[in-house]
Design a protein around this ligand. Structure first.
Ligand code: NBG
Length: 841
């Protein structure tokens, strides 16, 4: 039934016949696969084949291919039975999967052609996909980059997480500032996940401990919910290996429904367990200001740990049949468990419980296995982010685990008392349980350090701070336990796929595309950094990315920005230590100076577009005030006819992985300006540098190493160093701080009412006074402001010299090789996990 255009009624070209061939790699055949799925894996009524239908059908055609590779990988690992790593993380910021899957499978051309045959551009279809935003920020995105590298390096590894129905909230910007709206990635469905109906484990909450006649203990009673596995395929780049991200969903069983009560009309009562189970995976990071919120968050953490460990143990035991029973002492030579921050700490007592109570091991044996299996990555030194759980809450929810934690603590304290008398007076801070009568808590980081075979920080400076300060006394007990693993990012998503223009230029000049998996090869660009031809190609790729970004900004904010201005970006979660406030105060000062200038003076300045984006935690008031201030400043500056040719200020709404993929390639300057010692690493700094964006920043986190790698002449450095910070805070307390006049001028101007009627008093007051909670400028904005403004002046000068700027840009990319997550993961594999590649033949 062809219409006049030679198309079937559904809009498919008639000459392409529907197929289901997972191995297709030629355009017509792929188009046939897409039509096949549109027809026979339908999720929509059959009349329409719009962009959304095309997305799902395209994803399903790719999924066939991935499933094939996935099964091969799974079987291969099963056969070879290597030691495997299990990465436990409460967060994964996967973003979109389509472009990444097509790219990793190396099917970019054929897929673009196939879709064109169906009347679509690949980009248009890719844009239909919603981000899987199961994380907050850097920590979650790091986990996702790690999965990509594990697959690419053919490592036998799994990611474990939770299947939140609503990921990180959507940020709306209204007159009031930031408003949060529930995120909806599963509102229709995700084409990438596959439910494994045979992978289900019971997870208990509450209840009590039963002591058996033989003295052994068993956790009984309480609520039991089911953990059901949803697997997401993680393809490696140009390799068959495709590993799994296993996300747990909480469910109750049919017979948990009280039919009698239901028929009595007591619907809510009848389905209590169903509704309690459903709550577990409803949202990422439920607010924990209330007791209920805390309980839910703790349930989530335990749910992840219990389900994952039961799964890991069952895989370990799978091998037993026919080959004799495996000895538990072999467990650590088959299993490495990595805890991504303290969120999965309960893996420790849960593994102990499963080994002792379910499998009959004694304490010493169970402890030996557990402590040789688990390792812990610390991601922050901020005291408020170091998790402490109330002991009473823990006793209520996890009575058996609290017994185990008490025992671990008791034995640790005994050992220290008998072997390290010198640490006796430190025990109150080293012990796991804090018995402070006001608020007895369990210190999760201490539990991790005591129980793990290895503890690592995420950048050299951060790891040094852990060793010298936060964990210094532990270092004296276990000098070999502590390591550094500087973070990294995947060069596939963060350069090859998000900036194909720049990637092609790099490949052309290096005469190979091997840099995509061997990022150190980028140093080969250094010899051409002065080359005019490369510089002009580089500039045109950057210009194209800036143009694309400008269109995006206009579309989402209505603000038109000049692609010839310097694109200056700060995007990250809004937090006082990250100092977006310093950025916007700098903008305010710049605006005031521009206003004071004569028109001919303005013409001599470097036009800038300053973009700031990021989400504020819903209950973090000062962060929300910062968002409001940036928006208000933008409204005034952008509509000021004298100034807006030279300065624009844009708040980029709803920052997420996909927005980052648009912003980073189009950036020229990015700001990583945290108070020294407070940002554990940062990872967007690496993404920007890799994309030839220059950094203005402090000596904090991975900035230190980036500057070392790309050369100090290519980095705009300012600010106090981490070791000066305590002294500067002390001086401030003693009333010795003398602010720079520019700082005072910027604050006065902000308070003057030019930016509207909103009361910024409470925000700006945090910069005043010398002591007191929320005062005394704890983050040293005032102290660093002077050197920050000086560094900004150097940026303006450097940008005027186009050749110099381009050279610096090329040198940034050329020096970014170290920051590949392939390097990071190879180090974890060798130095912490002791696992080896297991490539599918
Ligand atoms: C964050 C740090 C970042 C770091 C990421 C990834 C937490 C607790 N920490 O500096 O703030 O880059 O972890 O390591 O989210």
């Amino acid at each position: 039934m062809a219409n006049a255009n030679g198309k079937a009624a559904t809009g498919f070209p008639e000459k392409i016949s529907e197929k289901a061939n997972p191995e297709a790699n030629e355009a017509t055949e792929i188009a046939g696969n897409i039509i096949y799925h549109a027809k026979y894996s339908p999720h929509f009524s059959p009349l329409k084949f719009g962009p959304e239908q095309a997305l799902y059908a395209t994803a399903e055609s790719l999924r066939d291919r991935l499933i094939q590779l996935w099964n091969e990988t799974y079987l291969h690992f099963h056969k070879v039975d290597p030691k495997q790593t299990y990465y436990l993380s409460m967060e994964y910021l996967q973003g979109r999967a389509l472009t990444n899957a097509i790219g990793n499978l190396d099917l970019q051309g054929p897929y673009a052609d196939a879709l064109r045959k169906l009347g679509y551009e690949l980009e248009e279809i890719a844009e239909q996909e919603k981000d899987a935003a199961l994380g907050n920020g850097g920590l979650g995105r790091l986990a996702s980059c790690f999965l990509d590298s594990m697959a690419t390096l053919n490592l036998p590894a799994w990611g474990y997480g939770l299947r939140y129905r609503h990921g990180l909230f959507k940020q709306l910007i209204t007159k009031k500032g930031q408003e949060e709206v529930a995120e909806d990635w599963l509102e229709k469905f995700s084409p990438w996940e596959i439910v494994r109906h045979d992978v289900v484990f019971p997870v208990r909450f509450f209840g009590s401990v039963q002591i058996n006649p033989d003295g052994s203990r068993k956790w009984v009673g309480g609520d039991v919910v089911q953990a059901l596995a949803y697997d997401v395929p993680i393809p490696g780049f140009k390799t068959k290996n495709t590993i799994s991200l296993r996300l747990w969903e909480a469910k109750a069983r049919a017979d948990d429904l009280d039919l009698f009560q239901f028929n009595e009309g007591e619907y809510e009562l009848a389905a209590q367990l169903h509704s309690r189970a459903q709550q577990i995976c409803t949202v990422l990071y439920p607010g924990d200001a209330t007791e209920n919120g805390k309980l839910l968050r703790l349930k989530q953490q335990f749910f992840l740990c219990s389900a994952s460990l039961q799964d890991i143990i069952s895989r370990f035991n799978e091998r037993s049949t026919g080959e004799g029973t495996r000895k538990w002492s072999e467990f650590p030579s088959k299993v490495a468990v990595q805890m991504n921050d303290t969120h999965p700490t309960l893996a420790i007592p849960e593994l102990m419980r499963l080994l002792m109570d379910d499998n009959g091991l004694g304490w010493d044996e169970a402890w030996d296995v557990t402590s040789k299996t688990v390792a812990y990555t610390n991601h922050t030194v901020l005291p408020e982010a170091l998790e402490k759980w109330s002991q009473s809450l823990m006793w209520k929810l996890l009575p058996r685990h609290m017994e185990i934690i008490e025992e671990i603590d008791k034995r640790f304290v005994q050992t220290i008392r008998s072997t390290r008398v010198d640490l006796e007076d430190k025990l109150s801070s080293l012990s796991i349980l804090d018995h402070n009568p006001q608020k007895p808590v369990v210190r999760m980081a201490n539990l991790c350090v005591v129980s793990s075979h290895t503890v690592n920080g995420v950048a050299q400076l951060h790891s040094d701070i852990l060793k010298d300060e936060l964990f210094a006394d532990y270092v004296s007990i276990w000098p070999n336990k502590f390591q550094n693993k500087t973070n990294g990012i995947t060069p596939r998503r963060w350069l090859r796929f998000c900036s194909p223009e720049l990637s092609d230029i790099i490949t052309k000049w290096l005469k190979t595309d091997k840099w995509i998996t061997d990022l150190d090869l980028l140093t080969g660009l250094r010899q051409f950094a002065d080359n005019e031809e490369l510089q002009s190609e580089w500039a045109s790729a950057k210009a194209a990315n800036k143009q694309r970004l400008a269109q995006y900004i206009e579309r989402v904010t209505g603000v038109s920005i000049d692609p010839n201005s310097l694109f200056d970006i700060q995007v990250k979660r809004i937090h006082e230590y990250k100092r977006q406030l310093m950025n916007i105060l700098g903008v305010i000062y710049r605006f005031k100076k521009l206003k004071e200038m004569k028109p001919e003076e303005r013409k001599k300045t470097t036009p800038r577009t300053i973009m700031i984006g990021g989400k504020a935690f819903a209950t973090y008031t000062n962060a929300k005030r910062i968002v409001k201030l940036v928006n208000d400043v933008g409204d005034v500056v952008n509509s000021d006819p004298e100034v807006n040719e030279y300065l624009k200020v844009v708040f980029v709404p709803n920052y997420n992985v996909t927005v980052a993929e648009m912003l980073i390639p189009g950036s020229e300057l990015s700001q990583h300006i945290s108070t020294a010692g407070m940002e554990a690493s940062g990872t967007s700094n690496m993404k920007f540098a890799l994309n030839g964006c220059l950094i203005i920043g402090t000596l904090d986190g991975a900035n230190v190493e980036i500057r070392e790698e790309i050369g100090e002449e290519n980095f705009f450095l300012f600010g106090a160093t981490a070791d000066q910070v305590p002294r500067l805070r002390k001086e401030r307390e003693d009333g010795l701080f003398k602010p720079d006049p520019r700082f005072e001028e910027a604050k006065q101007f902000a308070k003057s009412g030019v930016f509207g009627t909103y009361d910024y008093g409470p925000l700006l007051d945090s910069l005043e006074g010398n002591t007191g909670y929320g005062r005394g400028d704890y983050f040293l904005v005032g102290y660093d402001f002077a050197s920050y403004m000086d560094a900004q002046a150097k940026v303006d000068e450097a940008y005027k010299d186009r050749k110099r700027w381009l050279k610096m840009s090329i040198m940034s990319t050329a020096g970014s090789g170290k920051f590949s997550s392939d390097r990071t993961i190879a180090q974890y594999a060798k130095e912490i996990w002791n696992i080896e590649a297991c490539p599918v033949p």
